[in-house]
Design a protein. Structure first.
Length: 170
């Protein structure tokens, strides 16, 4: 049928798209399945980034306490520190400790109790070298701190030791 006749034959049909005043419905998305896959992928990637961001350990401290008795120390292991830096040992709250400081020559000096600063309820002890102390400054080179750990309820009985090194520069 020629084009003219087709057009004239359909002229009176209200459903004819050429004469229809009702808008033609279009799909919101040409490929809804493809859109769903891409959207699910974007949601999954964002979820992974959110979970990783909120659960990431952003501290600069390294894992140094494998036995669980020592919760924190200063100075950081294997760092270079000034010769009069404080030594800080933070233990579990139910523990007590004494410390020895060993110089590069491996001679160890036990730090007397009256030269330690303690917060017994928190299990924290601090040693600050100075003129009135057995160690007025650390020897240049690698120094080792040895922590002798006891229970507060059973003093005098060593249950563990912990040690780490740092380097002092004069």
């Amino acid at each position: 049928m020629p084009e003219y006749r087709k057009h004239m034959a359909n002229a009176g049909n209200p459903g004819n798209s050429a004469n229809s005043t009702t808008p033609v419905k279009r799909k919101a998305f040409k490929h809804p399945g493809r859109f769903a896959v891409v959207a699910a992928g974007v949601v999954a990637v964002l979820s992974i980034f959110l979970i990783a961001g909120f659960s990431a350990d952003t501290t600069t401290r390294t894992q140094r306490t494998p036995n669980g008795n020592v919760t924190d120390i200063a100075p950081e292991p294997n760092t270079i520190v000034p010769p009069q830096s404080a030594i800080i040992v933070d233990l579990r709250d139910d523990l007590f400790a004494t410390i020895d400081v060993c110089g590069p020559t491996k001679t160890c000096t036990p730090i007397p109790e009256d030269q330690l600063s303690r917060v017994k309820a928190l299990g924290r002890l601090t040693f600050q070298p100075g003129a009135d102390k057995d160690i007025n400054r650390y020897q240049p080179g690698t120094n080792t701190v040895v922590v002798h750990i006891e229970r507060q309820t059973d003093p005098g009985v060593e249950i563990d030791t912990y040690q780490w090194t740092f380097t002092s520069k004069s």
